[in-house]
Structures are given as C-alpha cells and as structure tokens.
Design a protein around this ligand. Structure first.
Ligand code: ATP
Ligand code: MG
Length: 446
C-alpha cells in the first residue's frame, strides 16, 4: 500500500528517521489519502521526545504549540506541520486536555489513544500502512467505529461523541452499532465539554454533505448541545405550506443550502422561534407572526454560549430576522432593502429563502420560486446598472453639504438620508445639481 507523501512530509519523516527515530504520517491525512482525497494538512507521530524533535529540526523554524502534550510544529514554506511524540493519554477531567500524558516508545500505544479506526492509521514509505484496528476495512465500508471499547472511549473524552457525528456527516459514513449505542447512552456527558470544542465540531458537522442524516438520526445528541431546538421536535405546523414538523423542515432546509458555516447555522435556527410564536385564528389556522424576531433573540443567546464571534452572531441574527420577508421584484422596494442590508446579505437572503421554500410542501412552490427568481434577477439588474441605493453611490456627499453652508454633522446626516430616499423612490434624480438645489431648502436648519 503506497500513499503519495508530499515533499515536505517526506522531508519530515526522512529527517527524523535519519536521526534514529521512528516517524509516520498519521490520522486525517492517511485517512484522506486512502479515500483518494488530497489531505488539507499532514500530522506526524514519532518516537522522538519534544526536545529531540526540536534538535532534529534546529535548522528549521519551529513553534511550541503544545510541548506539554508532545506537540511541536515545524514550519515549512510558511505552513505548520504538527509532530507529536507517541503518547498514552490519561483521563480528561476538564474535558479539554488529557490530565496527564505519558510519552511512549511504541507506535501501537499512540494508535490506541486515537478516536476512530479510520483515524488510527499511520504510514511511512519504509513500513507502509500500519493499520492495527482494521481502519482500512472500515474506510472501505464507510463505518465510524471507536478504537477499543466505545463506552470507555466516550467517558475519557465526551467530545468524541460529537466527533463521531461530525465524521459521519462529512464522510457520509454510518456509525457502527456499539459505537452508536454508546453515543446515545452517554450523550449527556457532552454537558461537561468546553463550548469552544463543541462549537468547532458542530460547525464542521453542519457543513457535512450528510448533515441531514446525522441531524435526524442523532437528534437526541443535538438536544444535549442545543436544548433550545427541542421545542421544534415533532412540532406540527398546521399549515398548508408545510408537510414536515418544524425540526424536520429545519433539517431539510440546512441540507438545501451550500455548506458555508454562516448559511448553515442560519438555516439551523431560522425557525427556532416558531413554537413560542404560534397563534391560532378563529378558523383554526396557525400563524407564526413574530417568529423571525423571537428566533433571532434565541439564536443570539445560543451562539454567545457557543463562543462564536460577535460579527458572526450579528450576521446570523440579522439574516434570521429577515428570512421571512416578502420580497417582490420591485426596484424601489429592493433598493430600500439594499440600503438597509447591503448587497451581500441580500444575496444570502435569496439563498436562504430558496432553501426554505424547497423544504416546504409543494403547495404554490412553483409560484414562490418564480417570484424569488424574479427578485434575484431584479437585484442583479440594480447592482449591475449602478443605480443608487446607498450613500456611497449618491451624487453628493457630506463635504458638498458643508460647502453649501451646512454646519452640524447630525443635520448633514439627516439631509443625506433624505436625499438618498428621494433618489431611491425616484422623486429626485441622482444628479449633483438637483440634489444640491433640494438641499438648499434645508439650509436654515443647518
Ligand atoms: P480533519 O481532516 O478534519 O482535520 P482529522 O482526523 O485530522 O480530520 P483532527 O481533529 O485534526 O481530525 O485530529 C487529528 C487526529 O488526532 C485524528 O485523526 C485522531 O487520530 C486524533 N484525535 C483528535 N481528536 C481526538 C480525540 N478527541 N480523541 C482521540 N483522538 C483524537
Ligand atoms: Mg486534522
């Protein structure tokens, strides 16, 4: 079995071997190479101790990124390559790092501490593939299976529960029965895991191709990390527009949008406000009038708990607030939205509404999609035409108004906004002379 190592990977392995140590590429890079996919990074495992790794690469730039845990990065062509000493891990009482690690001289110890069989293979050109846990066979059958006793492995580090789901979603693999049983049994242990670790795995899970399968089959695990979603489980919508409960609709909508973390997170939470906003009219029909606003507030809280950056949270919440907006292919209306939300968000809202419609019942689907297509075409026309919808595009600016005799910044801001609105509605042309002449009338206030 031969794996195509990159020049830098060969250099690292050769260097450590020529110093008398063992060294192998290990983990994700071996798994991905065997799947015929170019690895996005290469990790190495070695019999050399951290100090010995540093001396072996004394002529290279290195970085201590976790020497206590045995890891040194060697920087080649500006890229870090992680090299870790063979390790046996102790317990994980803080659920973040092993409490104690002891270094080992045996590759087999290092492979035994790894999470899943497909991630527990090592390779170098001298020894070929080292596969002590039938990882290659599991890779061939598309199976995620714990190395060792699943229950014990999840008790050591409960994050592995979410990692199993992440790999199932991204690789499109099934989860072996005993591993799956242990996941369900021990899922509550995820409560003890640091939010940042949950966040990183969750975002990757959401961007997986088989995200819908995982979110549906393991919703009991999702309920542990995102208990606010529980209200959507089996919540029937009683609406002609829907043939799925809120959670199943949500899952379908996640799958319908491209695998971008911002868009996938937005879809995951876009209807989370529905259960709390339901009203029933005299005919027995259900409405969810405030659900975007309620949902955005709930989502902000969840994303803060998961330690996502503020910009990301603001973007998701704004998209959720506007996800149900009724757009029409009307230039004035769309320019008002472009002014409010900007070009990028409007294009995202198009994708979001499309994913949403495709996850609804077929009732009026063609009409909804036709309208949305016309909205998008009109948006593109406006953007390409260069017609004015924001201050940056207005034919006058603050300096022009100062020149005219305006003095106060607040009044200048107000007048620019008035001019922009009048240009958008077509009451004024976007021409300097006409705008200044209108502004002249407001000069007294200045
Ligand atoms: P990716 O291609 O997504 O980076 P990966 O398999 O390289 O996948 P990493 O999170 O980078 O995933 O981890 C590198 C390797 O370290 C894994 O392949 C696995 O062998 C091991 N590993 C990582 N996290 C754990 C863990 N919590 N428990 C046990 N082994 C782990
Ligand atoms: Mg990796």
């Amino acid at each position: 079995m031969k794996i195509e190592l990159t020049e830098n990977a060969k250099f690292i392995i050769d260097r450590l071997q020529s110093c008398g140590y063992e060294c192998y590429a290990v983990g994700g890079c071996v798994r991905d190479s065997l799947r015929g996919i170019t690895p996005h990074d290469w990790d190495f495992t070695t019999s050399a101790l951290p100090d010995e790794i540093e001396s072996a690469f004394s002529d290279c730039k290195t970085a201590d990124i976790g020497k206590r845990y045995g890891t040194i990065a060697v920087i080649l062509d500006g890229k870090p390559y992680e090299i870790t000493t063979y390790r046996v891990d102790g317990g994980y009482s803080d659920s973040r790092h092993p409490d104690e690690v002891s270094f080992s001289g045996r590759l087999s110890d290092d492979l035994a501490r790894r999470d899943f069989t497909v991630n527990a293979m090592a390779y170098n050109d001298r020894d070929g593939l080292v596969d002590l846990y039938c990882g290659r066979s599991d890779l061939g059958f598309g199976v995620i299976r714990c190395v060792g006793e699943p229950e014990q492995r999840f008790c050591e580090d409960a994050l592995r529960i979410l990692r199993a789901l992440r790999f199932a979603a991204t690789l499109g693999f099934s989860i072996e029965q005993k591993t799956a049983e242990a996941i369900l049994k021990l899922r509550a242990q995820l409560n003890g895991i640091a939010a940042e670790r949950i966040r990183d795995e969750l975002l990757r899970l959401l961007c997986g191709e088989k995200v819908d399968f995982v979110l549906r089959s393991y919703r009991a695990v999702i309920a542990v990390i995102l208990p606010e979603l529980k209200g959507t489980f089996d919540f029937e919508q009683h609406s002609i527009h829907h043939n799925r409960d809120v959670y199943r609709h949500t899952v379908a909508s996640v799958r319908n949008i491209e695998p971008d973390p911002l868009l996938r997170v937005t879809m995951l939470f876009h209807d989370i406000g529905k259960p709390l906003s339901q009203t029933v009219d005299e005919k027995g029909v259900c409405h969810y009038k405030n659900h975007p606003k309620i949902g955005a507030a709930m989502t902000a809280e969840i994303l803060r708990r998961l330690c996502l950056p503020n910009d990301f949270i603001d973007d998701v919440c704004e998209l959720i607030r506007f996800h149900d907006e009724r757009f029409r292919p009307d230039a004035v209306l769309l320019k008002k939205y472009l002014k409010l939300l900007g070009e990028e968000k409007m294009k995202m809202l198009y994708k979001i509404q499309r994913a949403d419609i495709l996850a609804q019942s077929s009732y009026m689907r063609e009409e909804k999609l036709r309208n949305l297509g016309a909205v998008y075409a009109e948006l593109e026309r406006i953007i390409e035409s260069g017609e004015c919808y924001c201050l940056r595009m207005l034919a006058v600016n603050g300096a022009d108004l100062l020149h005219l005799g305006y003095r106060s910044g607040a009044v200048i801001g107000e007048m620019l906004d008035t001019l922009l609105n009048k240009v958008i509605t077509g009451e004024l042309p976007n021409e300097k002379e006409a705008l200044l002449s209108f502004a002249q009338g407001g000069i007294d206030k200045a």
